[in-house]
Ligand binder design. Structure first.
Ligand SMILES: [Zn+2]
Length: 432
């Protein structure tokens, strides 16, 4: 009998293929999945410090939120009258950020975001915001896995982002620093090229918003005569390190260029609907060989960081497509977007995204017998269309239990102070 840290029993939904395993178990030791298989076989081989017997539940890989802005959580609901992305940015977000952004704001906003994401089963996310060093402290305390991209508008920001990437080396095995130029329209060519050079030399991800709204395409064409992907190609900004948020208005030619480059795209359905951006063509992206993940975007344009809400909205939005503009996704394909495909999009699929021996023990235990989920004829349809974030019971990241039976373990000590900071900023923002 081998003694290990943790055993999780339940119906395994490994996301390695479509197959599920009823009455399965997973053996976890030192943060890694050591074995998985029929419960009887695992229990006969291993004994553990802790056994989570969740036979009436699904065990899934933790969800991957491929694009968000965790430091903006205190701006939830501040811009709901905005008509489009430009009004959202110029009339609401930029002025508030100018007034309130600080390390304290980002630290506590990130703590709120981590709390909300863990409660909906997210174990990994890719972020893009400011004061990411403060975010890193909050993320480390929450015990989450993340790529943290320092946002860049001008050259001075790039210097700061480079310092941040260097400072974060060795900070936490769960946190990867990144450079994150805001967009093609808000950064000059020199800054974009140098940011990509840095990402190449230091092997860090490069996160950027591209082709989010139609206007952006028209303006770029007027200025340069190029489409977004042609412009990126001309500046040598496309490589496997690049994670593109949105890509809503990419043409087939754009998708072919992105597909060849190895860059990935994150689909943010709620944010795209809320800001009137349009519908990303997920299937076409995939047909061009692009790894596509699912993202919530930030709370100021969503207004939630809820993996289940995003899966359902993401599926429904593709259903709305007419003629051959885009194609519906099956529930299995949608769960893939939120797990293994999301991991591929972040270039982390060697480590996370599926329940597989040798991968990190990032997983969730969720209800499968709640009345609102029943009857169930297909596991994936049950997860995408009939389940909610409140069905997530327990969350494990890197082999550590961060939420158990909906009680927060890692962030429990921050709750009182978090409430106080929310009240403080809410009052200050209301009063301007
Ligand atoms: Zn965004």
């Amino acid at each position: 009998m081998q003694h290990i840290d943790l055993i999780v029993q339940g119906t395994l939904v490994p996301m390695q293929g479509k197959d599920i395993l009823e009455d399965g178990a997973i053996a976890i030791h030192q943060g890694i999945i050591k074995a998985l298989g029929p419960s009887a076989a695992i229990m006969a081989t291993y004994s553990a410090q802790t056994t989570l017997a969740a036979q009436d539940s699904f065990v899934l890989p933790g969800f991957v939120n491929g694009h968000t802005h965790v430091g903006m959580s205190f701006l939830r609901g501040v811009a709901d009258d905005a008509q489009d992305l430009q009004s959202w940015l110029q009339d609401y977000i930029f002025p508030l950020e100018k007034k309130f952004l600080s390390e304290d704001f980002v630290y506590w906003s990130t703590t709120l975001a981590c709390y909300e994401m863990i409660q909906s089963g997210v174990t990994t996310f890719a972020d893009m915001y400011f004061f990411e060093y403060a975010a890193a402290q909050a993320v480390a305390h929450a015990g989450m896995r993340a790529i943290l991209g320092e946002t860049i508008f001008i050259m001075r920001d790039l210097v700061y982002a480079q310092e941040f990437c260097n400072a974060l080396k060795g900070y936490s095995p769960l946190i990867t620093a990144a450079v994150a130029p805001h967009s093609l329209y808000s950064c000059d060519a020199q800054t974009l090229m140098q940011a990509h050079d840095f990402s190449h030399t230091h092997d860090v991800p490069f996160i950027i918003h591209v082709a989010e709204q139609k206007n952006e395409i028209l303006t770029l064409r007027k200025k340069t005569g190029l489409s977004p992907s042609e412009y990126m190609q001309s500046l040598v900004l496309l490589s496997p390190r690049v994670i593109i948020a949105h890509g809503v208005h990419f043409s087939d030619a754009d998708l072919a260029i992105v597909g060849k480059s190895g860059a990935s795209i994150i689909y943010n359905p709620t944010s795209n609907m809320k800001l009137g951006s349009g519908i990303a063509r997920v299937k076409s992206m995939q047909e061009h060989g692009i790894a596509v993940g699912l993202g919530t975007d930030g709370t100021a344009s969503n207004n939630a960081l809820d993996a289940f809400a995003e899966m359902k909205t993401g599926a429904l939005l593709q259903d709305l497509c007419v003629e051959d503009y885009c194609k519906p996704l099956t529930p299995f394909e949608v769960v893939k977007l939120a797990t293994i495909d999301g991991a591929r999009a972040l270039k982390m699929d060697h480590k996370i995204g599926s329940l597989q021996v040798g991968k990190a023990a990032d997983m969730i235990i969720m209800n499968r017998q709640d009345f609102a989920q029943l009857p169930s004829y297909d596991v994936y349809s049950q997860i995408v269309y009939a389940s909610k974030s409140t069905d997530v019971q327990t969350v494990i990241i890197d082999g550590k239990i961060v939420m158990h039976k909906r009680r927060m373990v890692t962030l429990f000590d921050k709750v009182a102070q978090l409430r106080e900071r929310i009240a403080h900023y809410q009052k200050a923002i209301k009063n301007i």
